[in-house]
Design a protein around this ligand. Structure first.
Ligand code: ZN
Ligand code: ZN
Length: 599
C-alpha cells in the first residue's frame, strides 16, 4: 500500500509514460525470441497436460466435449485416487521445469491456473473427501447421456463406447458403497432423488437409441442385458441409501456444515481471491447495510406514486417490500417474454456504444432462442457457449418460454422478472455481461482457461456489468430501475452471507429464512431453494459477490494508479483480454503494467 501512495504523488509524471514504453519495446527484440521458445514449449505442455487429465477423468472429459475416452468408467476407489495423486505429483514436477518469468503474460496465468488445479485436486483427495460424505456424486446418468448425445459420431460408435462403459456399472456401485463413511442427510436425500431420475437414461434413452441403430442382434441382446444389470446396480445403491444410510442420519441437522477451516481452504482453492472468505463475508454484511439504506431512500421517494397518502408501515424493511411489490406489477405479458428480450439486445448494444463502455464485436450478433427441450428443467435464461472442443458452434441466449406455467405461477415469475429486472438480467447474461466477456476471452483462446475457467471472475463480471451500466445512467432517472437493481444486487450479497453463515456461523433454517425473506425480499419458493442449495454446496454461492468485489477494488486501484489517464473503456477491454482467469492474477498484471509505465 505504501508503494501505491507514492505512485499517486508521482502521477504527474504520467505524460512520460508513452516514450518510456516505446524504448523498452525496441530494446527487447532478443528477449522476444527467447520468450517465443519458452512459450512454444509451454503450449505443448498445456496440451499434453489436458490430454493426460482426460484419460483419468473421462467423465469430466465428455462433459467438456472430449470423447476419446467415452468407453472408460474408472471405479471410485483408493486405486483411482492413488492414480490421480500420481498424476498430480508428476505434473507438478513437469510444471516446475518452466520458469514463470520466461513466459508471456497469458501463459503466466495459465501456469498459475495449472498449479492451482493440481493443488485443488490434492485438496479434494486428501482433505475435502467428498467421496466419503456426498452420495450424490455417484450418479452416472449424465456421463452416459453426454456420450449418447454426442452427435458428431454415429449412433453405432456411441453405443459401442457405452456398451463398454456399461460393463463397469455394477462394480462402480459396489465400490461407491464402500467409500461412504460419513454421508450427510441432505446429500443422501439429493442422491436418492437424482438417481431415481437418471435411471430413465438406462431404462429408456439407451434402449430407444439401440432400437434405432444398425448394430447386430447379438450386440443388441448383450447391450440390453448390460443395461438391465446397470439398472439393478443403481436400484441396489438406492435401497442401500434408503435402508442403511438414511435411518442412521435421520437426526442429522448439521453435518453438511464444513466449518471455518475447510471453508477457508476450499474458498482459496476454488476462487483464488486476494481476500479470505471471512473478509468477503464482512464486506458482504457491510454491502447489505448500504443497499438497505439506498433502497429505503428510493422507497421513500416512490411511496406516494404507488400508495398515495396511505400510511407507511413504520418499518424500513416492510416499506421497501411494499414498494417492491407495487413496482413488480409492471411486467411484460407472458406470451411476449422472449420477444421483449429479443428487442432489448440491440438497445443494450446501442447504450454500450453510445457511452463508449467497451468495443463490441459487430460480426457476432447474439442469437436469442427458446431453450431447447433437452435443456429445459429450470425456467429462466442462460448463455450457452461452445466448449473448448466445439469452437465453431454458435453462442445462444436461451430463454425458456412460460408455456407450461399455470396462470398463477406465470404471474409470479413475471413479477420476479418484471420490466426492470428483465433488463438487468439481459445486462448480466448478455450485453455487456457474460456474452461480451465470452467474446473477449475467445480472442485469446486457451485450453487451460476454457477447462479451468474461474467462476468468480465470470460471475463477478456479470454482476459488475449491472453495476457499471447503472453507474452510467442506464435506466435514466427512473427510481424504479434503481430500486430493482439494488434488490437484484442484494441477492448476490446475501448469497455470500448465507454461504459463510451456513458453513461457518451455524445459521439455522430460521435465520436463513429471515435473511432471505425479510432482508433480501425473496419469495418463499426462492428462499427455500436457496437454503437447500446453501447446504448442498460450499463456496460457490460466495463466488458471485467475491468476483464483483474484487473487480470493483481493482477498478479503484487502477483509477488511483492512472490518475487522469484512466479510461473506463480501456480498463474493461484490458481486464477482459486476459480471459476467464482469477481476478487476482489479472489484477497483479494490470497493476504491474501500470507501475512500469510510471517508472
Ligand atoms: Zn401481472
Ligand atoms: Zn451469471
Amino acid at each position: 500500500m505504501k508503494k501505491l501512495s507514492l505512485i499517486v504523488l508521482l502521477s504527474f509524471f504520467f505524460a512520460c509514460g508513452d516514450s518510456s514504453q516505446k524504448k523498452s519495446k525496441e530494446g527487447s527484440k532478443e528477449a522476444a525470441i527467447q520468450e517465443g521458445i519458452a512459450d512454444g514449449k509451454f503450449n505443448d505442455f498445456k496440451h499434453s497436460f489436458v490430454e493426460a487429465l482426460w484419460k483419468i477423468e473421462p467423465i469430466w472429459a465428455s462433459y467438456v466435449g472430449y470423447h476419446k475416452y467415452d468407453s472408460l468408467l474408472p471405479l471410485p476407489n483408493e486405486d483411482s485416487r492413488k492414480e490421480k495423486m500420481a498424476f498430480v505429483n508428476g505434473m507438478k514436477e513437469e510444471l516446475n521445469a518452466y520458469d514463470l518469468n520466461e513466459l508471456n503474460k497469458l501463459n503466466q496465468i495459465d501456469y498459475k491456473m495449472i498449479r492451482d488445479a493440481l493443488e485443488r485436486f490434492q485438496f479434494g483427495i486428501e482433505k475435502f473427501k467428498r467421496f466419503e460424505w456426498d452420495p450424490s456424486q455417484y450418479n452416472l446418468g449424465g456421463a452416459f447421456y453426454q456420450t449418447l448425445n454426442y452427435r458428431k459420431e454415429s449412433l453405432e460408435w456411441r453405443l459401442t463406447q457405452l456398451d463398454k462403459k456399461l460393463e463397469n456399472v455394477p462394480a462402480y456401485y459396489s465400490e461407491a458403497k464402500k467409500q461412504l463413511k460419513s454421508p450427510t442427510k441432505v446429500h443422501t436425500e439429493l442422491a436418492i432423488q437424482q438417481l431415481n431420475g437418471s435411471k430413465s437414461v438406462f431404462e429408456k434413452k439407451l434402449i430407444d437409441s439401440l432400437s434405432h441403430s444398425s448394430l447386430g442382434v447379438l450386440f443388441k441382446e448383450k447391450f440390453i442385458e448390460k443395461s438391465e444389470n446397470a439398472v439393478k446396480a443403481i436400484n441396489d445403491f438406492i435401497s442401500f441409501l434408503e435402508n442403511q444410510i438414511l435411518p442412521k442420519v435421520a437426526n442429522d441437522s448439521s453435518s453438511f456444515r464444513i466449518g471455518k477451516q475447510l471453508f477457508e481452504e476450499k474458498f482459496s482453492h476454488d476462487i483464488h481471491s486476494a481476500y479470505s472468505a471471512e473478509d468477503i463475508f464482512k464486506a458482504a454484511v457491510e454491502a447489505k447495510v448500504e443497499l438497505h439504506d439506498n433502497m429505503y431512500r428510493l422507497s421513500e421517494m416512490l411511496w406516494e406514486k404507488y400508495y398515495g397518502d396511505t400510511e407507511k408501515p413504520g418499518n424500513r424493511l416492510k416499506e421497501i417490500q411494499m414498494v417492491i411489490d407495487a413496482v413488480s406489477r409492471t411486467h411484460v405479458a407472458r406470451d411476449s417474454f422472449i420477444y421483449a428480450i429479443r428487442q432489448q439486445i440491440p438497445q443494450l448494444e446501442a447504450f454500450v456504444k453510445e457511452h463508449d463502455l467497451l468495443t463490441l464485436d459487430p460480426d457476432k450478433p447474439l442469437v436469442v432462442r427458446e431453450t431447447p427441450g433437452y435443456m429445459r428443467g429450470i425456467a429462466g435464461a442462460s448463455i450457452s457457449a461452445p466448449g473448448p472442443y466445439d469452437k465453431d458452434a454458435e453462442t445462444y441466449y436461451n430463454v425458456t418460454p412460460l408455456d407450461n406455467y399455470s396462470e398463477e405461477a406465470a404471474e409470479s415469475y413475471l413479477r420476479e422478472y418484471n420490466h426492470y429486472v428483465l433488463q438487468i438480467l439481459n445486462i448480466h447474461e448478455a450485453i455487456p455481461g457474460h456474452y461480451t466477456q465470452l467474446i473477449y476471452s475467445n480472442k485469446s483462446p486457451s485450453i487451460i482457461k476454457s477447462v479451468f475457467g474461474n467462476g468468480a471472475m465470470i460471475e463477478g463480471w456479470g454482476v459488475y456489468a449491472e453495476k457499471m451500466m447503472l453507474e452510467n445512467n442506464y435506466g435514466g432517472s427512473e427510481k424504479e430501475m434503481g430500486l430493482m437493481y439494488y434488490k437484484w444486487n442484494l441477492r448476490t450479497v446475501c448469497n455470500a452471507i448465507l454461504d459463510y453463515g451456513v458453513h461457518v456461523n451455524n445459521f439455522s433454517e430460521k435465520e436463513a429464512m429471515q435473511l432471505l425473506r425479510k432482508e433480501a425480499f425473496q419469495e418463499q419458493a426462492e428462499a427455500e431453494g436457496k437454503w437447500r442449495r446453501a447446504r448442498l454446496s460450499q463456496v460457490q454461492l460466495s463466488s458471485y459477490f467475491t468476483g464483483y468485489y474484487e473487480i470493483m477494488q481493482l477498478r479503484d486501484t487502477m483509477r488511483v494508479l492512472k490518475g487522469d489517464a484512466f479510461s473506463l473503456k480501456e480498463f474493461h477491454e484490458t481486464f477482459l483480454s486476459f480471459g476467464s482467469a482469477p481476478v487476482k492474477y489479472i489484477s497483479e498484471i494490470m497493476q504491474d503494467d501500470a507501475l512500469k509505465v510510471l517508472e
